[in-house]
Write a protein that binds this ligand. Structure first.
Ligand code: APR
Ligand code: PHB
Length: 390
């Protein structure tokens, strides 16, 4: 097979880029290791910044998001038995976020790819990029006993943190920056009315907690847990009791509990690989960077990569202008690092670190006190949360 752009990975990054390029008449093929059902079975975060929502509209995939997604003008931070609101709208001069599950985003992107007849090859095994430093890179993959080959101009690595793209860059051509946090998030999805119409990020002596939602009948809750905890040790009952302990009494009293329909523990990690280009391979999304979920930046950081790459590829094919491709890594990384800084800061502000000193705990408390005593500090939080400009 032959195509212009070979995309590895059919998560939100790969699908969104595929759809945007297709609409501009740029040929592409997506190779996804898993089945579609598997990809759509993954539960991920659900806060979209307006830049991401705009990109979904440009990709003609926003109809359901605009209908079913909830616009959130603010969220709460709970601490010391109270909750204080961060007025995103007021603090940013009219911006907000959309609460709409990433799983639904992915579902809508698949539907859009189907509608246009986009090529997404599932169950592609052993995907391997070749000759990335040459002008004729190609991909090989296996389907059953068959070995297939796709020749392309560019390879885009949208295959997530564990993908093959980043690993195919020689060690001396890439630098990795990483922080692994000494705790994880235990997440529960339940078909219950959310305790609050807006998200509540709670910091507590016993650890962080988050009250989020997918809709007004579907709740998503998280609590910080030690990485050594096993999911079997967390019955629904024990989970709800622990969540209540970490919330202000007034919130805990309103919490509607029910059976969990999904429960899992995820580690927290900050990670960036630089540069995001090697020859004719470009990395985007989780393949190049990971954030802890505290600032809701994961998908949104992926979206700005896609935005830059999409425009760079259009300029290449339409105007023979390669400045976008040449500047991609630097431009993308500048925004990626701001997302990293913000996610790290939110994580550090709100979690209980097992080996923190008394000095560090005082600084943490002061960071929070400063935040709610300064409109400028709150405005900085809000500006980052709704998403910095592309
Ligand atoms: N070959 C083909 N596909 C692969 C391979 C491989 N070797 N390795 C991984 N994949 C696929 C995965 O199965 C997955 O569907 O690549 C896809 C990567 O998707 P994501 O991990 O979702 O990454 P991305 O599309 O960049 O999405 C951005 O934002 O909220 C965050 O982490 C969250 O997934 C989210 C991300
Ligand atoms: C979620 O709803 O899953 C969610 C929301 C906000 C976050 C992280 C996760 O910061």
């Amino acid at each position: 097979m032959k195509t212009q752009v070979g995309i590895i990975g059919g998560g939100p990054s790969g699908l969104l880029l595929s759809q945007l390029l297709h609409l501009q008449g740029i040929d592409n093929i997506v190779l996804e290791r898993q089945s579609r059902d598997y990809v759509l079975g993954r539960i991920r975060a659900g806060v979209l910044e307006h830049g991401f929502a705009a990109l979904m509209r440009e990709a003609q995939c926003a109809e359901r998001m605009d209908r079913e997604g909830e616009i959130h003008d603010g969220f709460y931070i709970a601490h010391d038995g109270i909750k204080e609101r961060v007025d995103l709208n007021g603090l940013t001069g009219g911006n907000s976020v959309v609460v709409y599950g990433q799983t639904e985003v992915t579902r809508d992107l698949y539907a859009a790819r189907d509608k246009l007849g986009g090529i997404v090859i599932h169950n592609a095994e052993d995907v391997t990029p070749h000759d990335l430093e040459s002008a004729q890179p190609y991909l090989t993959y296996r389907q059953g006993d068959e070995l297939l080959r796709i020749d392309c101009d560019y390879v885009i690595g949208c295959d997530g943190f564990h993908g093959v793209s980043r690993k195919s860059i020689p060690n001396d051509k890439i630098t990795e920056f990483e922080r692994v946090y000494p705790f994880g998030w235990l997440g529960v999805l339940s078909r219950t009315k959310p305790v609050s119409p807006e998200l509540i990020y709670a910091t507590h002596e016993r650890g962080f907690a988050l009250c989020s939602l997918r809709s007004q009948v579907l709740s998503r809750y998280y609590i910080q847990v030690p990485l050594t905890d096993r999911i079997e040790a967390w019955s629904d009952e024990v989970f709800w009791a622990e969540l209540k302990r970490r919330l202000p009494d007034s919130v805990a009293a309103e919490l509607v509990t029910g059976d969990s329909i999904e429960k899992s523990i995820a580690p927290l990690r900050s990670f960036v690989a630089e540069p995001m280009r090697y020859g004719n391979l470009f990395l985007a999304g989780d393949a190049a960077h990971i954030v802890p979920p505290t600032g809701a930046r994961g998908l949104n950081s992926a979206a700005s990569d896609i935005y830059y790459l999409y425009h760079a590829l259009v300029d290449h094919y339409r105007k023979r202008d390669d400045s976008g491709l040449d500047g991609y890594s630097q431009k993308a990384l500048a925004r990626v690092w701001k997302g990293q800084r913000f996610s790290w800061w939110m994580t550090t502000l709100l979690h209980r670190f097992p080996d923190s000193s008394a000095f560090e705990r005082r600084l943490q408390a002061t960071d929070l006190a400063y935040l709610f005593s300064s409109q400028k500090a709150l405005a900085s939080l809000a500006e980052n949360y709704v998403g910095l400009p592309y």
